[in-house]
Design a protein around this ligand. Structure first.
Ligand code: HEM
Length: 220
């Protein structure tokens, strides 16, 4: 899903991707991957729900009897540590999202996402022999908007969950907040897979070098 840079609006030679945007992109990719990894450990690799009874079984063979609550107390030590990391990374994602919004206003005109979107819409309206490429470029940008919205939902629901135990009104709707947070995670995973597949496909077809553009900023 490559974002093929539209020609710059201004005549000054600016790289399509500013250094700040590139740093944001890779930091965001790292933090989202790390957040997903915490969930992978909790629900797939360690399977915290089943690890308690397994501990109990092993201890029983050694003649040590632990009640279900005692074992749960022990396994919670592990899951709390992972949740702590989830929250640190969640706060990092919040900071990155705020940074991204501020960056949109600080970047030079042609580097702004809004300018790229406007250009893509303009090219799309001009029906031509390469209309398919223009359509693709526009669809990709709408997908990025969808991804930014996903980040907003993840950050807002995540922050609400942090305070859910301390604020009564939030405590009452904690279950619903978790459902939204959970569901959006699947959308984030779907976007991430689509994005990576799209970039690999583009690198092997018409848009070679788009990954290095996101490293060096691209041709000014
Ligand atoms: C890609 C981003 C994220 C993913 C994939 C993700 C995934 C998840 C999942 C699957 C849960 C479990 C929900 C449940 O129990 O049903 C969860 C819980 C939680 N998340 Fe996230 N999350 C992300 C971002 C964030 C952010 C940005 C924050 C904070 C700013 C955050 C804070 C929390 C908190 C506080 C909980 C509850 C932990 C607990 O139950 O002790 N998450 N997250």
């Amino acid at each position: 899903m490559p974002d093929v840079a539209a020609p710059a609006l201004s005549t000054a030679p600016v790289k399509p991707y500013s250094l700040a945007l590139r740093l944001w992109h890779w930091a965001n990719a790292f933090v989202v991957t790390a957040l997903l990894t915490t969930i992978l450990f909790l629900y797939v690799i360690l399977k915290m729900k089943t690890v308690g009874p397994e501990f109990q079984g092993v201890l029983q063979k050694e003649g040590v009897t632990f009640s279900r609550d005692q074992v749960r107390g022990l396994t919670r030590i592990i899951s709390h540590r992972i949740w702590d990391w989830h929250i640190y990374l969640g706060v990092a994602l919040t900071v990155l999202l705020v940074f991204r919004v501020v960056l949109e206003f600080l970047q030079s005109g042609a580097q702004r996402f809004s300018a790229r979107l406007r250009e893509a819409k303009r090219y799309f309206r001009q029906a031509g022999s390469d209309l398919r490429d223009n359509r693709h470029s526009l669809v990709v940008k709408y997908l990025y908007i969808a991804f930014y919205l996903m980040l907003v939902v993840m950050v807002v629901t995540g922050l609400l969950l942090i305070y859910a135990d301390d604020v009564e009104a939030l405590d009452k709707i904690e279950h619903e907040i978790k459902e939204i947070h959970n569901f959006t995670m699947y959308l984030v995973i779907a976007f991430t897979v689509l994005h990576i597949v799209g970039v690999i496909w583009a690198e092997n077809t018409k848009n070679r070098g788009i990954v290095s553009d996101m490293v060096n900023g691209g041709q000014a």
